[in-house]
Each structure stands twice: as structure tokens, then as C-alpha cells.
Design a protein around this ligand. Structure first.
Ligand SMILES: Cc1c2[nH]c(c1CCC(=O)O)Cc1[nH]c(c(CCC(=O)O)c1C)Cc1[nH]c(c(CCC(=O)O)c1C)Cc1[nH]c(c(C)c1CCC(=O)O)C2
Length: 355
């Protein structure tokens, strides 16, 4: 497809012909594009240095710092895309939810959302609530040039898991109890979150993000029938709300092997796969017409170079018959990962797939 065949309203941009966007569109690529979830973060000494003394949420609200942190892994690893440095709870903080990101713990919500009265605290998000996002993305797209910027947000279920539990959980007992026991309240909660999430993604796209990833990290806790009935409508609403922009929409979760087909159906152009399902099997579950993203086990990076390359080769072999493949880890980069192992992995995938 050339710039002439692009959906109306979409301008050709410096990033349009990037390997990453081509793979998302299932077009031929010069090499398999690579980026890593959590490529910005504690695995990088330069990240730890600039974050010294700055709390996580505050760092997301300082455009210059966001720009620097987003660019760090692009400079170091030569990845094919940048991911905007922020967090899934930033839009909730921006509308006034009292929450914090505790080091080594994750998001903690002061007053969990448990009743219908609590829903009133979830007001709509407007661009004026997140001026630092627009500002940072404006700076970033200038610096990035032909490297695409991925925007992201938390999916309604994963956000609800933090809001209802009040923090990280292994069982999601309160959230799932609401889903099963008070389906009306649950549906309204997820619908509110879908609107907030869609608004947060729109801000990022309008500022210059050329792809978006919806993180439903914890959706793997759900049976497919419950996902379809009680979660998928809200995620579909988010994808639908940004469909008109024509940017690729990526949908990712952990332990979602049984949900891959539904996660594609929700409205994704690219389905993210963790390391538990090989990509050829994921292709069967997702069906035609979607690209796949993944799926090297992030713990493989704790081994030697030969083992990393052999395991990356397995991912590439399983991806050989796909219409579009974006190489990634099956989940985020772990904080103790040797950053040089990531740089070498990017180089390996680029070389091994050069056409
Ligand atoms: C579930 C989730 C969250 N946040 C996010 C998810 C979905 C992705 C996933 O499944 O991992 C998404 C996220 N969070 C962050 C990014 C930045 C972009 C990137 O991927 O490089 C992204 C895409 C920064 C961050 N968000 C956070 C960090 C680490 C905190 C720090 O560096 O001080 C980073 C780099 C904090 C955070 N925020 C959250 C958790 C679980 C944590 C980790 C807590 C800890 O281990 O300390 C919630």
C-alpha cells in the first residue's frame, strides 16, 4: 500500500514506511521489527540515574523526563519502535483518584471502588487533564523522526482489578466477585473505564502516537465465557473509539492463551502473545487477518548468548508463516535483565530476518 491508498484523513508520516508499522499492517518488511514491553525502565542504568529521587507518578508528569526516558532504549538498543513512558494508572490519577505507584509493589488505590456511589469518582478524562502527555509526545515525535511511537493504556478489566482490589492481587477476588455478583455495577464500571481509556488513547494519537497498545495484563484470570460476556464489550468499545484514526491497535495480556481469539475479535489489528503459546498455534487461535506480537520468555535473557539466540530462533521459526510479526518478549523486561543482552537480541533478530 502506498500513501495514496491510505485511509482518508491519514497523512503520510515519516514513520509510515517503518518496519514496525508495515508488520502491523501485514505488509512485507525489510526485517522483523523488534521492541520490548518495559524497554524503558529499571534494566537501564541511565533510567535509574534520571529517576533518582523522583517518584514514579511524578516522573510521568514531567515532559522532559518522559521524553528522555522514552528515548533511552531507542538510543541504546536500536529497537524499531518507542513506547511512551507513562503508566496505566496515570489517567486515573489525572481525574483525581487518590492512588500511588509504590516501588516494588505497583499501583495502590487509597479508597477502592466497591459500590455504585464509588462510580461517581470516575469522571470523564479530557485532554486538559493530561497536558504533560500532549507536551511530551510533541517533543518525542520531533526527536524520534522515522521511529514510530506507540501509545498505550490499561484495558478496563486490568484497571478495574487495581481499582476494586485497591492494589495488586493474585486472585482478583473482589473484582471477580463484583463481576459475578453484581453484573450491573460491574458493567457500568467497565463502561466508565472504557470511556476514560479511549480518551487517554485519543490524546496520545492526536499528539503523534502512530500505534496503540491496550494492556489487559491480567485478563488471563478469566474464563473465555466470562471474558466474552463481562469484559470484551468494554475493550471493544475502546478499540472502536480509536478505529477512525487508522493507527494499528495492539491487544496484549498475560496467560491469555484461551482468550487469544476473543482478544482479536475485540477489535485488535495485532494480538500480543505471551510465551506460553507458540506463535504458530496462536495464529490458529486468532485466525487470519491479524498480525501477532511476541513472544520470547523474558527469563531467557538471563542465560548466555547462544541460548538466547536459539530461543529467539524458535520464536522466529514459529512466526515464519504469519502474515505479520512484531518481535517482542512475552511480557515486560525484568528489572535485573542485562541491557546488553537486549541490544544483542535486537541485532540478532534484525540480522536473522534481513530480506
Ligand atoms: C500492569 C501494568 C502497570 N503498568 C503497566 C502495566 C501493563 C504492562 C504489564 O503487564 O507489565 C504499563 C506500563 N508501565 C510502564 C510502562 C512504560 C513503557 C515501557 O513499557 O517501557 C508501561 C507500558 C512504566 C512503569 N511502571 C512501573 C515501573 C517501575 C517503577 C519504577 O521504575 O520506579 C515502570 C518503569 C510501576 C508499575 N506499574 C504497574 C506495575 C505492576 C508496576 C511495577 C511495580 C514494581 O515492580 O515496582 C501497573
Amino acid at each position: 500500500m502506498t500513501a495514496d491508498d491510505m485511509p482518508t484523513g491519514q497523512q503520510p508520516t515519516a514513520t509510515y514506511d517503518s518496519a514496525f508499522l508495515k508488520a502491523c499492517r501485514r505488509e512485507p518488511v525489510p526485517h522483523t521489527p523488534v521492541w520490548f514491553m518495559r524497554q524503558a525502565g529499571r534494566s537501564l542504568p541511565e533510567y535509574r540515574k534520571v529517576r533518582e529521587g523522583v517518584p514514579m507518578l511524578e516522573s510521568c508528569m514531567r515532559p522532559e523526563l518522559v521524553t528522555e526516558i522514552t528515548l533511552q532504549p531507542v538510543r541504546r538498543h536500536d529497537v524499531d519502535a518507542a513506547i511512551f513512558f507513562s503508566d496505566i494508572v496515570v489517567p486515573l490519577k489525572a481525574i483525581g483518584i487518590d492512588l500511588d505507584i509504590k516501588p516494588g509493589v505497583g499501583p495502590v488505590v487509597e479508597q477502592p471502588v466497591r459500590t455504585r456511589a464509588d462510580l461517581a469518582r470516575l469522571r470523564d478524562l479530557s485532554p486538559e487533564d493530561v497536558p504533560y502527555v500532549t507536551e511530551a509526545i510533541g517533543m518525542l515525535t520531533c526527536e524520534l523522526g522515522a521511529t514510530p511511537l506507540i501509545g498505550f493504556a490499561g484495558a478496563p478489566f486490568t484497571l478495574a482489578s487495581y481499582l476494586v482490589e485497591g492494589g495488586p492481587s493474585r486472585t482478583y477476588e473482589n473484582a471477580k466477585a463484583m463481576m459475578y455478583g453484581d453484573p450491573g455495577l460491574w458493567a457500568d464500571l467497565l463502561d466508565r473505564l472504557a470511556d476514560i481509556t479511549a480518551a487517554f488513547l485519543k490524546v496520545q494519537i492526536e499528539a503523534g502516537a502512530v500505534a496503540v497498545q491496550l494492556f489487559d495484563s491480567w485478563a488471563g484470570a478469566l474464563a473465555p465465557a466470562d471474558y466474552r460476556k463481562s469484559v470484551m464489550p468494554a475493550s471493544a468499545k475502546v478499540f472502536d473509539a480509536v478505529a477512525g484514526y487508522g493507527v494499528p491497535r495492539i491487544h496484549f495480556g498475560v496467560g491469555t492463551g484461551e482468550l487469544l481469539g476473543l482478544m482479536g475479535e475485540a477489535g485488535a489489528d495485532v494480538v500480543g502473545v505471551d510465551w506460553r503459546v507458540p506463535l504458530d498455534e496462536a495464529r490458529r487461535r486468532v485466525g487470519p487477518g491479524k498480525a501477532l506480537q511476541g513472544n520470547l520468555d523474558p527469563t531467557v535473557l538471563f542465560t548466555d548468548k547462544n541460548t538466547v539466540e536459539a530461543k529467539a530462533r524458535e520464536v522466529l521459526d514459529a512466526a515464519a508463516g504469519l502474515e505479520g510479526h512484531v518481535f517482542n518478549l512475552g511480557h515486560g523486561v525484568m528489572p535485573n535483565t542485562d541491557p546488553d543482552a537486549l541490544t544483542r537480541l535486537v541485532e540478532y533478530v534484525h540480522t536473522a530476518t534481513a530480506r
